[in-house]
Design a binder for this molecule. Structure first.
Ligand code: ZN
Length: 389
């Protein structure tokens, strides 16, 4: 839904670059300008400057520059209209909608608005449940037992739904929840029915808490479950999102690409799981992302391993075990392929299949060279197979 020019003008008049940037990085005055370590790239000495006189920012390290609206677009990954809305909210400016829209658009907009209100209400409701009664005795103790500290519970606004929560706006509430019982037959995660504003397939759990860190590290870790995300935050790895237990979708990949081109997929340590999710790697490659992978030890997932290994151990493990997708796939198939020519041929086909998904021809040929070397075969043969795909 469009917003009026008057609203855009009001936002432009009232925003202040210093106030806007200060919400993300603390600014220090030096001469005429204000300085900070850049929120868009990683650095230890400040090269990010803000000019209150000119109402602009500029980073001398990575070159990002613009006005307050541009800053919000860049840091929040928003479009222009969304950025105006974001700033209007911060400055308490009422947003006027353009009325020359057809009734269907207006109805959709109204539905979304009322759902957002319902969602916020419900989120607070679940969150407050943790304060007393069953919520405190079962919900909060469960979260504590899982090792979630109070700061993390606040950060992710974790909540607890009392038995019979269906009564509360069953249709409107879009939540991901984890089933607490140890009954293996139950699915691990439940989501409420899809609504206008909650399309499970478009959502990446944790993206809101992760985006600044993804931008700074220029890298995104992709995991399967909510609890993987939360446990990784607790060991200081914040550039992580989850596909919410569903297989990866195109809109999720586009969302990641708004913030970085580098994705590392974290796999639980069991073969069945990995083989089932190999398609995800090809989709990421098709989306033009650079893909790496880390496989956790048998019977471990990022959640359990983070809590077992602690901050230092977890970081070191990720650094040490990270492989590009070619090495990852070769290792995966080479296990059975050593003395079996047919299995080796299958391994080659699997690697070539992934390479064929890479949209950039130059990157594709670099990957082809590297795989030919690793597989100990003629590059020409591999290229022929690649062209066939
Ligand atoms: Zn920068």
């Amino acid at each position: 839904m469009a917003i009026s020019n008057q609203t855009t003008d009001k936002v432009r008049e009232q925003v202040d670059i210093e106030e806007v940037v200060n919400d993300y990085v603390p600014l220090k005055r030096k001469g005429q300008n204000l300085w900070a370590c850049c929120p868009f790239h990683q650095e230890s000495t400040p090269s990010f400057s803000v000019s209150p006189a000119k109402q602009i920012y500029k980073c001398f390290g990575c070159g990002k520059a613009g006005d307050p609206i541009q800053f919000i677009m860049d840091i929040e990954g928003l479009g222009f209209t969304e950025a105006i809305r974001h700033l209007a909210k911060k400055y308490g400016i009422e947003v006027e909608e353009e009325n020359n829209l057809d009734p269907a658009d207006i109805q959709e907009y109204n539905e979304k608005e009322s759902l957002y209100i319902a969602l916020n209400y419900a989120k607070d409701f679940f969150h407050k449940n943790l304060e007393s009664g069953e919520g405190a005795s079962i919900g909060l103790s469960y979260l504590k037992e899982r090792g979630f500290d109070p700061a993390t519970i606040e950060k992710f606004e974790l909540g607890y739904s009392l038995d019979g929560w269906d009564h509360l706006l069953k249709k409107a509430i879009a939540f991901g929840a984890r089933i607490m019982t140890k009954d293996k037959k139950q699915p691990k995660y439940i989501n409420s029915p899809e609504t206008v504003i909650y399309h499970k397939s478009d959502v990446l759990y944790g993206i809101y808490q992760a985006k600044q860190s993804i931008r700074q590290t220029d890298k995104c870790y992709l995991v399967e479950g909510y609890t993987d995300v939360i446990s990784m935050h607790m060991v200081g790895v914040e550039n992580v999102v989850a596909s919410s237990g569903t297989s990866l979708t195109e809109s999720q990949i586009k969302l990641i690409k708004r913030f970085t081109d580098q994705v590392t997929v974290l796999y639980d340590g069991d073969d069945a799981g990995i083989n089932a999710s190999l398609r995800g790697i090809d989709m990421l490659l098709e989306g033009g992302l650079n893909v790496k992978a880390v496989v956790f030890p048998p019977n471990e997932d990022p959640d359990s391993f983070a809590r077992k290994s602690g901050k230092e151990g977890f970081r070191k493990f990720l650094e040490k075990e990270e492989k590009d997708f070619i090495h990852f796939k070769i290792d995966l198939f080479a296990k059975d392929a050593a003395d079996d020519p047919i299995k080796k041929a299958e391994a080659i086909r699997q690697v070539v299949l992934s390479i064929s998904k890479v949209p950039d021809p130059i990157i594709r040929s670099v990957y082809a060279k590297e795989s030919a070397r690793l597989l100990g075969m003629e590059e020409d043969i591999l290229l022929t197979e690649l062209n066939r795909q």
